[in-house]
Design a protein around this ligand. Structure first.
Ligand code: KG4
Ligand code: ZN
Length: 334
């Protein structure tokens, strides 16, 4: 089954062709980051206008790269939310129009669900041994969301915890903005922290009971540190210490959830899972606990349409298999 998928929930216009939910035939991502950089964050109105400008060319490129004419597409998937409303409607309406013209099914996909499915899809189909086995715990960490999810089967989720305030990526972006080191903060802090000492400053780890997260206290601790001591000579030490505090809570809660729910696999998803320290530390801790780990390659951690195509495939497949499973079809509105 060939799915054309579209993702425009934030500031990336992306289209992909995915075969059988597993194999990426093409995955075109047009980033708007240059247009938003000067504002230090995404300007929603600019984002939706930029999506309109490039969506047709991005879809055309995805079909060309996949060497797949439109008439060979079996279904069209698109992100319906969560995300910026003005951005979402561009991709969603474009996808609906293509599906309508082709008389093929349209599959609306939840963006977070899409991120999870980055663990199931790749350019060269993953050997079965590398795809997480059900049930597994997935840490979803993006610019807008931080969620710990127990995944029992395709489309069957139990949210164990989420952030009570800032998302993990939001904390990275806000700290970077406060320090004036650029946008988006996540990749900049990641790079800078490599030259710093993660133990230089002992920032708080918000380890409340259960599986919820909190990052606003950590962000405030960074601000208070700079107010009290001034900007340190070595900013790398500051960002490395901040990053380590954020990573420690993400890793420990994920490992704890895996142990409590007696799963053998954990997975990462979302933009922050591109973070090199998070990747290193989760692998180390999982290894110590005898857990297997799935982490998408860097280009599939951040927003892209291939993950949406994969999630769309499993939604449609699951529905065909079992119409009784309401949880699995709850987001499916063809
Ligand atoms: O998943 P994503 O591309 O978009 C959303 O759905 O939000 O995530 C974007 C977020 C941004 O906050 C960005 O700073 C963060 O992911 N991010 C990172 C890294 N790369 C991207 N955070 C930490 N380290 C990174 N290497
Ligand atoms: Zn995302």
């Amino acid at each position: 089954m060939l799915i054309l998928s579209i993702e425009t929930s934030c500031d990336e216009t992306s289209a992909a062709v995915v075969k059988d939910g597993k194999e990426i035939l093409s995955n075109v991502v047009a980033s708007q980051v240059e247009f938003h950089k000067k504002y230090g964050g995404i300007v929603p109105e600019v984002a939706s206008r930029k999506h309109i400008e490039v969506i047709a060319a991005v879809v055309k490129q995805a079909l060309e790269d996949a060497k797949t004419p439109l008439k060979k597409i079996d279904a069209v998937a698109a992100t319906y939310g969560p995300g910026l409303v003005g951005s979402l409607i561009v991709g969603l309406n474009y996808a609906k129009a293509v599906a309508f013209a082709l008389k093929k099914p349209f599959i609306p996909v939840n963006h977070i669900e899409g991120h999870i499915y980055a663990n199931f899809v790749s350019e060269i189909p993953n050997p079965k041994s590398q795809i997480p086995n059900f049930p597994f715990v997935c840490l979803v960490v993006s610019g807008g969301h931080t969620q710990l999810v127990l995944i029992k089967d395709h489309g069957k989720y139990q949210t164990l915890g989420h952030t009570r305030d800032d998302a993990a990526g939001e904390a990275f972006d806000k700290v970077a903005r406060y320090l004036g080191i650029g946008y988006p903060g996540g990749p900049i802090i990641d790079k800078m922290a490599k030259k710093g000492d993660p133990e230089a400053i002992d920032f708080p780890r918000a380890m409340m009971e259960g599986y919820d997260f909190s990052f606003s206290g950590l962000k405030t601790a960074v601000v208070n540190y700079v107010k009290k001591n001034g900007m340190p000579k070595n900013v790398a030490d500051l960002v490395a210490s901040f990053q380590q505090a954020a990573v420690d809570t993400l890793v420990e809660k994920t490992i704890r959830a895996a142990k409590d729910f007696k799963v053998k696999w954990i997975a990462l998803a979302g933009g922050v899972s591109a973070n090199s320290r998070l990747r290193e530390n989760i692998l180390k801790r999982a290894n110590e606990e005898g857990l297997k780990v799935s982490i998408p390659p860097l280009h599939l951690c951040t927003d892209n349409a291939a993950m949406i195509g994969s999630a769309g495939y499993y939604l449609i497949k699951k529905r065909k298999k079992s119409t009784l499973d309401t949880e699995a079809v709850s987001t499916l509105r063809i």
